[in-house]
Design a protein around this ligand. Structure first.
Ligand SMILES: C[S@@+](CC[C@H](N)C(=O)[O-])C[C@H]1O[C@@H](n2cnc3c(N)ncnc32)[C@H](O)[C@@H]1O
Length: 243
């Protein structure tokens, strides 16, 4: 099956989503401006203060990893898409890159997007990997983020089962999901049978304590006139019991 996340179109859509300035994304009066800067906002849900190691799973082109690098000594950023991981490395090396932004039909323009200037790119290690089959020597982390990843996995329960090993005792986990379960990504027998929130509580408790839950909107530009406005469910957890 073709991996949509390897395409140039999605790579550029995600570079714009993660690093684009609000006015590069849209200039429509009345647009959902509270939906900008999603990858930054969700990292701000971790309790503030220094951290030793942080992990961004399903990092895409890496903006949240840049945000995590402000406080973490080391950030490991993993995505299944080679193209996304290469784009993240490019942002890390050059501090920015040229993106083809689709206006309509075959009309494209070229814009420059920049990495956040106060982040610490040297602390980030981008790597290609499978969140359902992570390397055994990855170690453990003070902070683990998996943003909008669960409902893109074949078997999300497989990642949930690995989380107690990945999050240190007392460490924090932030999960976001738009709960858009699709057979294209996840066979129906691996979908939650009830609500996604109920399923997460069932899988993660009592090893993890639920600290907060709320809604986080995000906006992805497809063309100058068409956008995906989505509201993700964000949950924040602390690991409280042995793995
Ligand atoms: C909906 S995007 C979310 C990206 C990013 N976290 C964000 O919030 O913008 C899903 C991401 O998960 C990645 N992905 C899909 N399956 C994966 C897997 N098995 N292991 C790691 N990453 C995966 C995709 O390549 C894509 O970057």
């Amino acid at each position: 099956m073709v991996n949509v996340y390897e395409s140039e179109r999605l790579r550029d859509e995600y570079l714009l989503f993660h690093y684009g300035r609000p006015e590069q994304i849209h200039n429509w009066a009345g647009g959902p401006d509270q939906a900008h800067e999603f990858p930054k906002r969700i990292v701000e849900r971790f309790s503030p203060g220094p951290a030793d190691r942080a992990l961004d799973l399903g990092c895409a082109v890496g903006r949240s990893a840049f945000e995590m690098s402000r406080e973490a000594g080391e950030v490991v950023a993993i995505d299944y898409s080679h193209s996304f991981v290469e784009a993240g490395k490019e942002m890390q090396k050059r501090g920015g890159c040229q993106v083809s932004r689709l206006d309509e039909g075959s009309l494209l323009d070229s814009i420059f997007v920049e990495a956040p200037s106060e982040a610490r790119p040297d602390c980030i290690k981008f790597e290609q990997g499978d969140a359902m089959d992570l390397r055994r020597d990855l170690g453990d982390f003070d902070r683990v983020l998996a943003a909008n990843l669960l409902c893109r996995l074949q078997d999300p329960a497989c990642l949930l089962a690995r989380l107690p090993e990945l999050v240190r005792l007392g460490g924090e986990l932030v999960l976001t999901t738009p709960c858009t379960w699709l057979e294209e990504f996840t066979p129906r027998n691996h979908w939650p049978t009830g609500s996604t929130l109920g399923w997460l509580k069932d899988k993660l408790s009592p090893t993890f304590e639920l600290l907060e839950e709320h809604d986080e909107p995000f906006l992805i530009r497809e063309t100058a006139r068409k956008f995906q406005w989505t509201v993700a469910l964000l949950t924040k957890w602390r690991r409280v019991q042995g793995a």
